[in-house]
Design a binder for this molecule. Structure first.
Ligand SMILES: Cc1cc2nc3c(=O)[nH]c(=O)nc-3n(C[C@H](O)[C@H](O)[C@H](O)COP(=O)(O)O)c2cc1C
Length: 193
């Protein structure tokens, strides 16, 4: 089964990720990496129970001699960041790597393996020129964006910024991972020393 890592960041929309995991069950082997802020919304124990795989909550692994993020980046077939905060999008667009999700994100080259980002944030945060600039930067690198939807936001606003629904994200991930498989068969893979 193909391996998907989902980087979960600090948005209330993190509560939708268990529903996404249900839709992907039996189709992809999922591992969760999460930021400290994400843990304010959903605990790692819930993700452990739902995926059956250890949850990455730190880049520091006292029982692991090699950098875990590099091994994980080697093993995965696709990386999904969902929900993606304005913060993680900014980090990714600027090469910042200072938490488990951003460190993993910079370890995956988008021209080698699919990287998919599903943003979720307040309308003003989404429309901010910094966010729009960062999203365009990610797109220009070949990173797939699952655009946020319009509707009621947890912050009380109405507008664009809601995380796309789990079925829309699952459909995009399965389609992109399928396309990646076809590409992979046509191209050689880099070898690790
Ligand atoms: C209740 C609450 C909800 C939040 N929801 C979002 C959100 O949907 N999108 C977003 O970009 N930031 C949101 N934030 C702000 C982020 O949690 C904050 O920028 C944090 O530093 C993000 O860290 P991370 O990207 O490392 O997870 C929220 C904060 C709070 C307190």
């Amino acid at each position: 089964m193909k391996k998907l890592v989902i980087g979960v960041t600090g948005s209330i929309a993190a509560v939708k990720i268990p529903a996404l995991l249900t839709l992907l069950r039996g189709k992809l082997d999922v591992t969760i990496a999460m930021t400290d802020s994400a843990r304010e919304f959903v605990g790692p124990q819930a993700f452990l129970a739902l995926t059956g795989n250890p949850v990455i909550t730190t880049i520091w692994e006292p029982a692991y001699s090699k950098p875990k993020h590099i091994d994980l980046a080697d093993e995965l077939d696709a990386l999904l960041i969902a929900p993606a905060t304005a913060n993680i999008i900014g980090k990714m667009a600027n090469g910042v790597a200072d938490d488990p999700v951003s460190t993993l994100a910079i370890s995956v080259l988008p021209n080698e393996k699919p990287v998919i980002v599903a943003p979720a944030m307040n309308t003003r945060m989404w429309k901010h020129p910094a966010t729009q600039h960062n999203v365009e930067t990610l797109r220009s690198w070949g990173i797939h964006i699952v655009d946020p939807a319009e509707g009621d936001l947890a912050c009380g606003w109405q507008g664009v910024g809601r995380l796309a629904e789990p079925d829309a994200i699952a459909e995009a991930v399965l389609r992109i991972v399928g396309e990646g498989t076809k590409r992979k068969n046509a191209a050689s893979q880099p070898r690790r020393k």
